[in-house]
Design a protein around this ligand. Sequence first.
Ligand SMILES: Nc1ncnc2c1ncn2[C@@H]1O[C@H](COP(=O)(O)OP(=O)(O)O)[C@@H](O)[C@H]1O
Ligand SMILES: [Mg+2]
Length: 209
Amino acid sequence: MNQGKFITFEGGDGSGKTTQLSRTIDWLKSQGKHVLQTFEPGDSALGKEIRRLLLSGEHTPVPAAELLLFLADRAQHVETVIKPALAAGKWVVCDRYTDSTLAYQLAGRALKDNGQLRDMLAWAECGVSPDKTIWLDLSVEDAAARMASREAGGEAANRLDNEKVSFHKAVYAAFDNIQRENPTRVQRINAGQSIEDVQADIQTVLGQL
Ligand SMILES: Nc1ncnc2c1ncn2[C@@H]1O[C@H](COP(=O)(O)OP(=O)(O)O)[C@@H](O)[C@H]1O
Ligand SMILES: [Mg+2]
């Protein structure tokens, strides 16, 4: 059986991940691929509970606890959802993964890391790293404008969306660094274009896989 491919979508809130992910899934299916659409945090049975703890705003975990909850969610997701799908030959397309944890929980929270935390991030992947990562690159200002209209359309902001501008700037800078450090895996896409043009760029990148 063919081993599938693991694709992740990354970028700030409002950069268009969910919009582009669903279009990408439709396109992959039209190409005859078997596809699994998934997301983090929360797309496993245990993960649903972890997601609620992380995002509802009922609790404010300290930065270390927040990081560990995200990593617990990841390990459960990889072992129970992602690995079985890859083994069945599916293309797994995931809305956020380790790069988001690095950007939000390490850089956004300004957690000091002497290398230990990056090792933990790698360990929590349980051996599954992306074949390709699509980084939807959109400025913090443009993303904030989109979020405002999305909320007007009825999708509520979560605890992390509501962080201050300096947090989102640190997240952006982290994604930028991650792309520079992993230029082969991480493809930067200009997310300020129309939905159709962003999707065309994504299809060009994934077509090369
Ligand atoms: N290329 C685009 N141009 C204009 N608006 C967009 C574009 N892509 C997405 N949007 C809108 O911006 C908002 C955020 O998009 P979304 O896909 O939910 O982002 P994310 O999942 O990264 O937070 C939504 O209201 C969406 O309809
Ligand atoms: Mg989304």
